[in-house]
Design a protein around this ligand. Structure first.
Ligand SMILES: Cc1cc2nc3c(=O)[nH]c(=O)nc-3n(C[C@H](O)[C@H](O)[C@H](O)COP(=O)(O)OP(=O)(O)OC[C@H]3O[C@@H](n4cnc5c(N)ncnc54)[C@H](O)[C@@H]3O)c2cc1C
Length: 466
């Protein structure tokens, strides 16, 4: 090949690469603009916590875009990170952790969302002194966040108790009362043991919280985390059963003080500053209360005729207990899709998934790929634009695009989300409002953020203005 031909070929290849790059950048620009608009309108915008990028400080290293386990939540545009698929963010916070300059802060999705979340101080204290909230109830999902918050919350409580002049423990009064034995409550309990606090943990169900309710053999993704009484827990992927077995072993070794099947119904603070906790089984008293209630609450019901039939369920744990059955799964979120796929893989099952919208919109990338495959292989039949109108003994009635269809049916699973424990929090007097989830990021990143915050407050303080 002569030099001229080589030059022309090289020019063509470079031209194609540049065209491809510009096309990709244009797409990212469109997505970023759409994400910003959607965020404002709360349609398909970020659903819970999500990264906020301070572009003044972003150095364009792309570390955040590469680390995100959900794939394409973030992208690079004009040398800066931007949110392109905010709804896919489930709050891993790894972007904030890897950002070398602390340009990323985890924040709540919108002011309206903040309004639904209890107000918490950076120490996770509610508007009621000595009452704390840890874990998903505070707005941050994920097991590692619940564990970190449970551990840190006890450290704060232990420091307060040890401070000179703090109230002395009284007989019959716990130093701390922990409500909920999911990852947040477990970590708090174990740290309380390490700190030699007089604590008690109760749960209306069993140990394990939401994790115990995951489908059997669900793959749990987590991050290395400091687990009290054990040390660094380094596994990043393991089955639900293995994680539960690990927790059970650590708790047994630590002599966990736990009442299962005891629901907290009310918490009142007396004039002496001591809390009285009323449960389904009696009363307890404590100096401090940690609420680690999670957000699942009670499953949301549809209010459809026949919903009270025993064949209608809201939680699936053992998919392989159901074979050769005609099954309807209602809901188009990750839980519904995972349940439909799990049931669809059992021998002889005919699984129909009913979803009220025209397409799945807020599901994880890998679920989106897997459900497409299940549909292609005939494992799951999806009916979009459909709502159940009646559940009968041997069939279900669906309204599909305005027309009624009756299909044979043995079991129904409904995944319509949960009623968050907001009513309970309001009843006990916890205040709600916006919060800034700044406790994410590396030590250096946190310091950079703190310095910027301090500089800002200096500039805006009356003294500085004067
Ligand atoms: C299907 C699904 C899959 C998920 N997969 C992952 C994953 O792979 N990786 C990951 O990191 N996260 C995952 N998550 C999120 C993770 O499970 C939660 O963020 C985490 O469990 C929250 O922990 P928590 O301690 O705050 O609350 P929870 O785990 O929800 O525990 C709360 C506990 O409080 C108890 N409780 C509530 N109210 C009361 C009351 N009034 N009295 C007594 N007890 C009460 C409940 O019974 C429950 O046991 C998933 C969530 C779901 C739904």
């Amino acid at each position: 090949m002569d030099t001229f031909t080589a030059f022309i070929l090289a020019a063509i290849v470079i031209g194609l690469l540049v065209r491809g790059y510009l096309k990709k950048q244009k797409k990212i620009e469109e997505l970023a603009r759409a994400a910003e608009e959607k965020g404002k309108l709360r349609s398909d915008g970020p659903q819970a916590q999500h990264p906020h990028i301070d572009t003044t400080y972003c150095i364009g290293c792309a570390a955040c875009t590469m680390i995100c386990p959900e794939g394409d939540v973030l992208a690079m545009l004009g040398g800066k990170a931007v949110i392109v698929n905010g709804y896919k963010c489930i709050g891993h916070s790894l972007c904030a952790e890897v950002c070398p300059v602390g340009a990323i802060t985890m924040v709540l999705a919108s002011p309206s969302m903040g309004g639904d979340t209890p107000y918490l101080t950076p120490e996770n204290e509610t508007t009621i002194k000595n009452m704390f909230i840890v874990g998903e109830l505070g707005g941050l999902a994920l097991i590692k966040n619940a564990i970190n918050q449970g551990r840190e919350c006890i450290d704060n409580i232990a420091n307060r108790i040890a401070a000179p002049g703090s109230p002395k423990s009284a007989p019959g009064v716990h130093d701390v009362f922990i409500v909920g034995a999911g990852p947040g409550g477990i970590a708090a309990s174990l740290r309380a043991i390490e700190k030699k606090l007089n604590y008690l943990t109760v749960d209306e169900g069993e140990m394990g919280g939401t994790v115990a309710k995951y489908p059997r053999q669900k793959l749990v993704m987590t991050s290395p985390v400091e687990f009290p009484t054990y040390g660094k827990f380094k596994k990043t992927e393991l089955s639900k059963e293995d994680l539960m077995a690990f927790w059970a072993k650590v708790l047994q070794r630590a002599d966990f003080k736990f009442h299962h099947g005891e629901k907290v119904e009310d918490v009142k603070k007396g004039e002496d500053g001591i809390f009285t906790i009323t449960t389904s089984k009696g009363q307890h008293r404590a100096q401090n209360v940690i609420l680690a209630l999670g957000k699942s609450g009670s499953p949301r019901k549809l209010g459809v005729k026949g919903e009270e039939l025993p064949k209608v369920m809201y939680r699936l744990i053992e998919a392989d207990h159901y074979i050769n059955k005609k099954i309807l799964v209602v809901g188009g979120g990750d839980s519904g899709i995972e349940a439909a796929m799990g049931l669809g893989h059992q021998v002889g099952n005919e699984v129909t998934l009913s979803y009220r919208k025209e397409a799945f919109s807020r599901i994880k990338e890998r679920n989106s790929i897997r459900i497409e495959e299940c549909i292609r292989k005939g494992k799951v039949k999806v009916i979009f634009n459909s709502i159940p109108v009646e559940f009968k003994e041997k069939s279900v009635l669906l309204e599909v695009n305005g027309k009624r269809e009756e299909i044979p049916n043995d079991y129904v699973w409904i995944f319509a989300g949960g009623e968050p424990p907001t009513a309970f929090l309001k009843k006990i007097g916890v205040g709600f409002g916006n919060q800034d989830l700044t406790s994410t990021g590396s030590k250096e990143a946190k310091q950079a953020k703190a310095e910027r915050k301090a500089a800002l407050s200096e500039v805006s303080s009356p003294a500085a203005v004067g």
